[in-house]
Design a protein around this ligand. Structure first.
Ligand SMILES: NC(=O)c1ccc[n+]([C@@H]2O[C@H](COP(=O)([O-])OP(=O)(O)OC[C@H]3O[C@@H](n4cnc5c(N)ncnc54)[C@H](O)[C@@H]3O)[C@@H](O)[C@H]2O)c1
Length: 336
């Protein structure tokens, strides 16, 4: 039997594919390469000794996904395939609704047609909107502040409905802020376009691709005025998916679970830690706040520890050192 990883050529999917291989599973990646490169697939192959079947295609294509499930003996699905940029989603809401909801519905339909029940879904802490209290727990209020967030929130609600009528067993994993790269330096983040996340942007400044890191606002109600986030190592996050699949048989139905470290760092703290990891300054400047950014958010992690037996183990300096190893060796991502 095998696990189907939709969006498995992407940043989190590629690391998860390797973690699933290390946990003894056979891997089938389905990706349309809309935000990734076939060289990411090669990197997975190299790290897994070739334990990989790659299918290039759209996760919304029910026939293709059904055929892949049957031909490859798939019995579990991890669904990453989606567009992921908040700012892009504000400019192109229809593309986000169509791709993120379309691929989710397509995969669920294919699972129903082939009687595959177990799924892990990539959700996001964006479903908490601007929280009144931190840490946020799985029972904190939810809301969507932009079209991307809407697709995650409604994706969760759709899966709750399907699970409620007995169609699926699913874990909704609400990721906080993944950073870092595989410690080998051969696999990492390589999204198309200019990054909108702090660490990828910062690393591209460090490597000379971008000039200066904008720090969006230093007048928030936080200790140094810059926004505070819960950063977690992408390999910890990948291992969280293995733990979620392992926990599904004993926890049928539908559950939302936070995957974060439970501690926050401000943007300026991350910049200082990166400068320390790199051994040199990184050009940055404080600019106006960016619409849609929340002041502070970090995860309550009790449920992940209790239900999945999972806790993040890698600290900020390891995240930054690993991210830098990848970026320094691949200044232009997989294009190099
Ligand atoms: N990176 C983050 O900060 C973050 C945080 C929370 C949640 N998430 C979610 O985690 C998932 C993975 O994120 P990521 O950072 O690895 O993004 P990514 O863009 O690197 O990976 C997504 C992959 O899905 C593929 N894809 C997109 N639409 C597809 C479709 N219709 N059919 C087949 N493949 C398709 C892309 O080519 C890409 O390889 C996404 O669902 C994202 O919304 C990411």
């Amino acid at each position: 039997m095998a696990v189907l990883v939709t969006g498995g050529a992407g940043y989190i999917g590629s690391h998860t594919a390797v973690a699933l291989h290390e946990a003894g599973r056979r891997i089938v990646v389905l990706d349309d390469l809309s935000n990734s490169s076939e060289r990411a697939v090669d990197a997975i192959r190299a790290l897994t000794g070739g334990n990989l079947t790659f299918v290039q295609g759209d996760a919304a294509d029910v026939d293709l996904v059904s055929r892949t499930i049957v031909e490859q003996d798939v019995d579990e699905v991890v669904h990453f395939a989606a567009f992921k940029s908040v700012s892009d989603s504000v400019e192109r809401p229809l593309a986000y609704f169509a791709n993120n909801m379309g691929s989710l519905v397509g995969v669920v339909e294919a699972m129903a047609a082939t009687r595959v029940r177990r799924m892990v879904f990539s959700s996001s802490c964006t479903v908490y909107g601007e929280p009144d209290e931190v840490p946020v727990t799985e029972s904190s209020p939810t809301g969507a502040a932009n079209p991307y967030g809407w697709t995650k929130l409604h994706g969760e609600q759709f899966l709750e409905q399907v699970a409620a009528v007995g169609g699926l067993d699913v874990m909704l994993l609400r990721y906080f802020n993944p950073v870092g790269a595989h410690p080998s330096g051969t696999m990492g983040e390589d999204s198309r376009g200019v990054p909108t996340n702090l660490v990828p942007y910062l690393m591209q400044v460090a490597v000379g691709r971008l000039e200066r890191l904008p720090v969006f606002g230093a007048d928030y109600d936080t200790p140094d005025g810059s926004p505070v986030r819960d950063y977690l190592h992408v390999v910890d996050l990948a291992e969280g998916h293995v733990a979620a699949l392992d926990a599904l048989p004993a926890n049928p139905g539908c559950r939302a679970i936070n995957l974060g470290t439970g501690r926050g760092y401000s943007v300026l703290e991350v910049v200082a830690a990166a400068e320390h990891a790199l051994g040199r300054p990184v050009a940055h400047e404080v600019v106006d706040r960016r619409p849609g950014d929340v002041a502070r958010i970090w995860a309550g992690t009790d449920l992940a520890e209790r239900l999945l037996g999972w806790a993040a183990s890698r600290g900020l300096s390891e995240m930054l050192a690993d991210h830098w190893r990848w970026q320094e060796a691949h200044p232009h991502g997989y294009g190099d």
